[in-house]
Design a protein around this ligand. Sequence first.
Ligand code: HEM
Length: 424
Amino acid sequence: MSQPFSDDFWARMYELAREEPGRNAEVIHDGLRVVVVQDLDDADIVLRKRLANYPKNLQWFAQVGGQSRLTEDGDQWRFRSELSQPSFSRYDHDRGYAISAKQTRRMAGLLAANTKVPLLDEDVIHHCILSIFTEMFLDVELDKIPIAHDGPSRLIELASKYTCIHRGQGQDAHTKDHIRQILESRRQVFGSMQCLRDGNAYDSAMMRRMLAAEAVPGYDFRFEKEMTTLFVAGADTASNSTGWALHLLASYPELQERLHTGQRAIHTSLPDGTERCRAILADQDLKAFISELLRLHSPLPFVTRVAKADDRLSNIDVHARDVVIVSLIGVNRKAMARPDPWVPDIDAAAREGVGMGTGINSSFTWGARVCGGRSFALLELTTILSFLIAELHFGLSENLPIECEWVGQMRRKGGHRITSSVRK
Ligand code: HEM
């Protein structure tokens, strides 16, 4: 019987990155073999050079959360990808900055009001970041759509129980209660998406392409399934990253002050708009901080594939049907050479640059299945963090050990213990 991977399993993945950095490992999950890739060159084989041998392992996940460009391969993937990628690749940069800045000002006000003490209000962060996504790519404000902002996240969380299950296994992971929750969540989420069919979103290029795609035979394309996944891929990633960023700032006060001094200088010397946006993006400290953030706390620290045929990686044989996990934490070769790679060091990150084996590169993966929103994610995250760092101070409300939980992304179990206050 194959069980969904527990938080213990994911904790083991983090331990492997610390204990055997850069070295591939074999682990047994419920009697079946899982290959964990931590060697950067081997990760390149799985993600790029021999991509055809390592398709996605998201069959079960797709049955629950719906087929989308994230779950499919080959022709089915290409078809879906062409519906959203033009919007993610060719967007108006100034507009992306302006929308991100507007929503972050709102976020900063709500975080300072701090209604969830001692917890960081992650709902506020998520709501504002999903608003950036809908305004940017669907031309519609989130508040105008009658959808619970966390509805798609809940559905993907239910689906995430099946992230790594071996093909053909996993039937026992369906308990009656789980199925009931899935059906209810799907009904709510897909139902509330209907308003996008004929509302303002209809005028967005991405939505028009998707609705037209529903009529194309052979692809069984439904926009609700694609959009649910894109909401999560596009908003939960940035939202979880923002939470982890505030955790790092609160945990390392000197780092926070150094970044604050730099961002405050930019914000006071340049008016809001293109010039300030350029200065924020060019700021080396902030760029290095984002690289460290994504290296240490990527929202998607592990990606899973399945081997079609036997293969040989540097120190390990892969057998057909093995689940293969590429540890994006484990492959950050450059930082592993530091005396203590597990604390953020923006000077070291700046020296190491942005190439292969650095946080800002590996956490988006690479090759054909690179994150479709990488460019926008970096603009958005840089803008959000710049405004938050310039305007707010973050402290630890409680110093508790960190536990992670897998909900389709890695989030902090129990929430972040962070206070936010307005700077004088
Ligand atoms: C900090 C932010 C983000 C991180 C760390 C991140 C990371 C990733 C990773 C690791 C994958 C590959 C998953 C896999 O191969 O199994 C991925 C895929 C994807 N991401 Fe992101 N992402 C982020 C933000 C975004 C944003 C803002 C968007 C959209 C605007 C986006 C859109 C996508 C899409 C569409 C895919 C699927 C690509 C494909 O295979 O067709 N991501 N992302």
